[in-house]
Design a protein around this ligand. Structure first.
Ligand code: HEM
Length: 405
């Protein structure tokens, strides 16, 4: 007989370990790993006193992300990083479908999904190759040392998302800075000011697309039933997600490869390994973390009873290092098939831009390694500055050097 689930809520609440910069720069915080190995779903104390949950095991994280009884609505959340006091979390702005449930979420998602298909993104490969080659040329011209983040990791995905969406690339600088302030600053006034500036920029851009449509996603969307406000929200979400994610994977991923010379050599000698290598780097680094969900009703899961209103922090980085799913999970092994990793999330909100990100990475990593066979860090690894941002992890800069051929 199947034993009755243990619905006891007995585990002592812990607080969320967030700092990935201690110890190995690629590993989850040690406490997080320990919590997963003790209890893949356990009680968590939030900074505002809310007692919710922390999910760290691969199977329980996947189950939560797949279950529509767990909501993504922002206004129902408690923040796992800071106490926002009496301030209320606002609901999602129009178009900000990352923070919506069905059916609102599905309406936007359907409009956009057709624009990010595998087939369409593969068609972009040539353009990604060209943009990558241009940046490698510029690096070669610059001498024998650069900051790889500003010379390579940031601009390639930025050009791609700007072209796709129809944002003039010369406008990206101010946009990128404002987006960085919104996501990384802990000053609420600065965040609000940056948000207002981006809204103003997108308002005039949407107006321009309505009067003079160009060949891009934002112009296409002006033919849907979306209002200006919704178009601005969608534009903001897609642009922000496209600017800060792949860029951090390219920067941190290169750092990880340079720190694992055997893996670096494997990819350099066999560029056809790129697709598989990208999946393993996504698993190993899991830069977008954690995800938040809230129970809309009482839900029994993994032998626990989650009560309606309780918030769950879903730790994708802990899940992707779960030894129950991946043998020797803390080893970067480009030959492993990292199938089923959760780096792009799972379920209804699974990353919309994942095919684009895959194309960018599977072109950029091998091209970089082939062009610069002697590429190496220009500083000791412990001096590479890591991002403190709790949402998207990465390196702030990556000083690299190479020998002149
Ligand atoms: C959603 C990760 C690149 C656009 C997500 C989610 C994750 C993620 C984990 C799920 C969020 C949740 O369930 O709450 C990543 C990583 C990337 C990447 C690791 C790069 C390696 C991109 C790019 C775009 C993009 C290039 C631009 C098109 C989005 C959007 C969503 C999303 C619009 C929301 C989808 C929805 O709510 O239905 N991403 N992402 N992402 N991503 Fe990405």
């Amino acid at each position: 007989a199947v034993p009755a689930p243990d619905l006891a809520q007995h585990s002592e609440p812990v607080t969320l370990p967030t700092d990935r910069r201690k110890g190995c720069p690629f590993d989850p915080p040690a406490e997080l790993t320990q919590y997963r190995d003790e209890q893949p779903l356990r009680r968590l104390r939030f900074p505002d006193g809310h007692i919710g949950w922390l999910a760290t095991g691969h199977s329980v994280c996947r189950a939560i992300m797949a279950d529509a009884r767990f909501s993504s609505r922002k206004e129902l959340m408690h923040d796992p990083h800071m106490d926002i006091g009496d301030m209320e979390m606002p609901p999602a702005a129009p178009g900000e479908f990352l923070h919506m449930d069905e059916p609102q979420h599905g309406r936007y998602r359907k409009l956009l999904a057709g624009k990010f298909t595998v087939r369409r993104m593969r068609l972009l490969t040539e353009r990604v190759e060209q943009v990558t080659a241009d940046h490698l040329d510029a690096m070669e011209k610059a001498g024998t040392a650069v900051d790889l983040v500003s010379a390579f990791a940031k601009p390639i995905p930025a050009i791609m998302i700007c072209e796709l969406l129809g944002v003039p690339y010369q406008d990206r600088n101010s946009f990128q800075e404002q987006a960085a302030t919104i996501f990384n600053s802990d000053n609420l006034d600065d965040k609000m000011a940056a948000y207002t500036a981006i809204q103003a920029y997108l308002t005039q851009l949407v107006a321009a697309k309505r009067t003079e449509p160009t060949d891009d996603i934002l112009s296409d969307l002006t033919e849907s039933d979306l209002t200006d406000e919704e178009l601005i929200g969608v534009g903001f979400l897609v642009l922000a997600a496209g600017l800060d994610t792949t860029a951090n994977m390219l920067g941190l991923g290169t750092f990880a490869l340079l720190s694992n010379p055997d893996q670096l050599a494997a990819l350099r000698s066999d560029p056809s390994l790129a697709g598989q290598a990208v999946e393993e780097l996504l698993r190993y680094l899991t830069i977008a973390d954690p995800m938040l969900r809230v129970a809309l009703e009482d839900i029994e899961i993994d032998g626990r009873l989650i009560k309606a209103g309780e918030v769950i922090v879903v730790s994708l980085q802990a899940a992707n290092r779960d030894p129950a799913k991946y043998p020797e999970p803390d080893r970067l092994d480009l030959h492993r098939k990292a199938i089923g990793h959760l780096a792009f999330g799972h379920g209804a909100h699974q990353c919309l831009g994942q095919q684009l990100a895959r194309v960018e990475m599977s072109v950029a990593f091998p091209a970089l390694l082939t062009r610069f066979p002697t590429l190496r860090l220009a500083v000791p690894p412990e001096e590479v500055p890591l991002r403190a941002n709790p949402g998207i992890y990465g390196v702030q800069s990556l000083p690299v050097t190479w020998d002149k051929e």
